[in-house]
Design a protein around this ligand. Structure first.
Ligand SMILES: Cc1cc2nc3c(=O)[nH]c(=O)nc-3n(C[C@H](O)[C@H](O)[C@H](O)COP(=O)(O)OP(=O)(O)OC[C@H]3O[C@@H](n4cnc5c(N)ncnc54)[C@H](O)[C@@H]3O)c2cc1C
Length: 370
């Protein structure tokens, strides 16, 4: 018996699992495939921060995409929790970006100038110190009370469960290869069978997306960037908001843990924790000037972020192949960008015009590369 679906989503990280659920909500026959268990790669490793103000460094298309996704979070989570019957620890904790030196103040103030209509505040002096609830030499901060966090492993689990509830067919522990006939993507081959797609394939395989394309003799420049990250238990939680200093962060979790991150290592597909990573995390702890004696190490782990050649997500149809759609390259912000990604894929599948400008993210920008 041939198994046929309208759409096959390859990759059950946060991008693929949320997308499969959305497609099934639209009454399509959907299969979700993963080489391993769902949510065990980048999505399971993420800190869960939802912060356009700290993560987007320039105005433009990426800022709009990140903001649009943040705005979709409350409704997405409400629907997901309803469908899945489980919580995802979504909270508007607030995010504080700190400047400690004159140079950092200038840099942060420049960022705030173009972010000021996002509802973020610029605060200096004593009030800035109070907002960080710590003992830091903070000169100024950007405060985003309308940003926060989620627990990524629970978010993926909820998306998979909600999808199953809606009828998503799941094939886990099965590495997939794309099957094309002429210039059409028609299915995926698994170790024990082939699944066929009448509509097409959504490639959501994160850092491994380039490998799927390599199989077809196509070059998709998406590379893994390892992030090493650690969690600590604290006896008396004192940090209320997510704290950023530069690219490093401390995230207070609902259960009292503090997550500290993260490194950026270009080491291919190696997702092991290293001694160099431990050292770097130690420097991050010092850099954040956390009370080291009060932090008890809980866990250190690592994951591979998918980074495209220009650092932007890759969203849209691959030119030259009918039915081949990419939803990858989310780099440091896949958790933040998951709701908008799932929605734009669904819009595209249903032939609806997207409400956001996707031109800068079109896969065609890489299609001509050797
Ligand atoms: C340490 C760290 C901290 C982070 N913190 C944050 C954060 O705070 N906020 C945020 O927004 N983002 C964060 N990120 C980034 C975020 O985790 C990623 O952008 C996001 O998880 C990417 O999701 P994905 O579904 O595309 O990829 P993944 O979660 O990696 O999922 C891809 C899936 O594809 C599967 N796959 C691969 N090849 C095949 C194949 N051939 N066949 C079938 N399946 C296949 C894999 O098994 C995997 O399950 C962080 C990342 C790291 C590493």
């Amino acid at each position: 018996m041939q198994r046929r679906y309208d759409w096959i989503v390859v990759g059950a990280g946060i991008i693929g699992s949320l997308t499969a659920w959305r497609l099934c909500q639209a009454h399509l026959r959907v299969a979700l495939v993963d080489a391993g268990p769902p949510g065990q790669k980048a999505s399971g490793a993420a800190a869960g921060i939802l912060s356009p103000s700290a993560e987007v460094l320039a105005p433009g298309a990426m800022a709009s995409l990140a903001r649009a996704s943040l705005h979709r979070y409350p409704d997405t989570v409400a629907e997901l929790v309803d469908d899945a019957g489980m919580d995802v620890a979504y909270e508007m904790t607030g995010v504080v970006q700190t400047a400690w030196t004159d140079e950092e103040v200038t840099e942060l103030r420049t960022r705030w100038e173009w972010q000021r209509d996002w509802g973020v505040r610029w605060v200096e002096g004593r009030e800035a110190e109070r907002l960080t609830s710590g003992d830091w030499p903070v000169q100024a901060v950007i405060v985003a009370e309308n940003e926060g966090q989620v627990h990524p492993p629970q978010l993926v689990a909820a998306a998979v469960r909600a999808g199953a509830h809606r009828g998503v067919a799941r094939f886990f522990g099965k590495p997939a290869r794309l099957v094309v006939e002429g210039s059409r993507a028609v299915g995926v081959s698994l170790p024990d069978e082939t699944l066929w797609a009448d509509g097409g394939i959504i490639v959501a395989t994160g850092a491994w997306s380039g490998l799927l394309f390599q199989d077809l003799g196509l070059h998709l420049p998406v590379e893994p960037v390892r992030g090493q990250i650690a969690s600590f238990t604290v006896e008396v939680p004192w940090l209320r908001r997510i704290l950023f200093h530069g690219h490093t962060y401390a995230v207070p979790k609902r259960d009292g843990r503090l997550v500290i991150g993260a490194t950026e290592d270009s080491v291919g597909f190696d997702d092991r924790v290293t001694a160099a990573g431990l050292t770097r995390l130690g420097r991050i702890l010092e850099n954040l000037r956390l009370p080291l004696d009060e932090l008890h190490l809980e866990r250190i782990w690592a994951g591979l972020r998918p980074r495209s050649a220009d650092g932007l997500p890759v969203l849209g149809p691959w030119p030259g192949y009918a039915g081949l759609y990419l939803a990858t390259g989310h780099f440091r912000n896949g958790v933040l960008l998951a709701p908008i990604t799932a929605d734009v894929v669904t819009d595209w599948v249903l032939g609806r015009k997207s409400t956001v400008d996707l031109t800068p993210f079109a896969p065609g920008r890489f299609a001509a590369l050797p």
